[in-house]
Write a protein that binds this ligand. Structure first.
Ligand SMILES: Cc1ncc(COP(=O)(O)O)c(C=O)c1O
Length: 381
């Protein structure tokens, strides 16, 4: 700790210097992130609720009500039945860990089956919860191989996880197919951390989107992150659970807190400003606002695909969502060379490819500039 405090100007200069070294969505060069610049109203709402802490909800009945409205709105979006319950969490990782925690407690079993395409948060969850992970291969369309799932289903299985919008490719597992093969006592968690705020709007735009959410009776819980395509601030994720009784299985008493509800979350103190930000984003955009945003992202994605094809590059799969993975020679080297030119793109492992995420801050112009650089980089390989 510094021995003496510093004056405001000095502190602010130091902060600005740090901020200057960061990348910013507004310059259009970050094409690797699943987050984006939050809506202005979401950022403003975040600033208004800096004191709120739903870890001690008795002090914040107003914020608690906003959380309920956010969860109800996401539940409507994802076709939750009347008894759906849940909470705003810090993101997809916390939602996934919490879902498996509930699954373990309800079933008293420890095996979790998930596809190789699953986010690494499931490995964290298994580690923390002392659960056994069983990773299943993918079929040619990069979705979970259901025949292999069937081979692993035995009396020890607590949960099966399906992904509605994989991190690398944006692929959507056959959630209905999975639900139909599961015995009644196996928990089915859907990770729609990214897809939850994309797939419903693609459907509105007339895309052929398979059922993936709580409309399928066998789906026990679903994660969807407002801080990704939900246009809210970091950190905001959401976990919805089909039956509110299940959440009680992770409840712990906290007698010292001024509680009016159940303390049923992994976190104690919670960044509740993000609850207000998520409310502000969802209330101001509504379904039609999100639909327009997703439509724009898909236009930019198609533009990126056309630009890639002009360079003779093939996509790993036709983009389902606003993620495009391209087969390029030596993706890691290409990524590094683009990085040296000020572009942030990522690399997918499975299969090895250059990964672009067309979030709302990525414009047609940034794609044109990126592909001009990519052409040079590929020429220099
Ligand atoms: C499908 C999926 N699930 C979970 C996560 C983890 O989300 P977070 O980084 O918000 O914890 C991600 C992050 O990219 C994701 O793509």
């Amino acid at each position: 700790m510094w021995a003496k405090g510093e004056n405001r100007d000095t502190v602010m200069l130091e902060l600005e210097a740090a901020l200057d070294r960061d990348h910013h969505f507004s310059d259009g060069h970050v094409i690797s992130s699943m987050c984006t610049k939050p809506l202005d109203i979401a950022a403003e709402a975040h600033g208004m609720f800096l004191e709120s802490n739903l870890g001690n909800a008795g002090l914040y009945p107003g914020t608690l009500d906003l959380e309920k409205q956010v969860i109800d709105a996401i539940s409507q979006l994802l076709n939750g039945p009347a008894d759906t319950a849940g909470g705003v969490v810090s993101g997809g990782t916390e939602a996934n860990i919490t879902a498996l925690w509930i699954a373990r407690n309800i079933t008293g079993k420890k095996k979790v089956i998930f596809p190789r395409s699953a986010h690494f948060s499931f490995h964290k969850a298994c580690d923390i919860l002392a659960m056994e992970s069983v990773m299943v291969s993918l079929t040619d369309d990069f979705t979970m191989d259901l025949d292999e799932v069937a081979r692993h289903l035995d009396g020890d299985v607590a949960a099966v996880v399906g992904i509605a919008g994989t991190t690398e490719l944006g692929a959507v597992d056959d959630i209905r197919g999975i639900s139909e093969m599961l015995p009644e006592n196996v928990f089915l968690h859907v990770d729609a951390a990214f897809g939850g705020f994309v797939l419903p709007f693609l459907r509105e735009l007339g895309h052929d989107v398979p059922d993936f959410d709580l409309s399928i009776f066998g789906v026990s819980s679903i994660a969807a992150d407002p801080h990704k395509m939900g246009m809210s601030t970091v950190p905001s994720g959401a976990l919805l659970v089909r039956n509110r009784e299940w959440i009680r299985t992770i409840h712990k008493d906290a007698p010292y807190l001024d509680m009016i509800g159940q303390l049923s979350a992994l976190s104690g103190t919670r960044c509740s400003a993000a609850v207000a930000a998520s409310y502000a984003a969802m209330r101001s955009l509504g379904r039609d606002g999100y639909t327009r945003i997703v439509e724009d992202c898909m236009k930019v994605t198609r533009h990126a695909l056309a630009s890639a094809e002009r360079l003779g590059l093939e996509p790993v799969i036709e983009p389902i969502m606003n993620i495009l993975c391209l087969r390029v020679p030596d993706p890691k080297k290409v990524q590094k060379m683009l990085d040296q030119r000020g572009w942030k793109v990522s690399v997918a492992q499975n299969p090895s490819s250059l990964r672009l995420v067309m979030m709302p801050h990525v414009t047609m112009g940034s794609i044109d500039d990126l592909f001009a650089e990519l052409e040079i980089v590929l020429g220099e390989l």
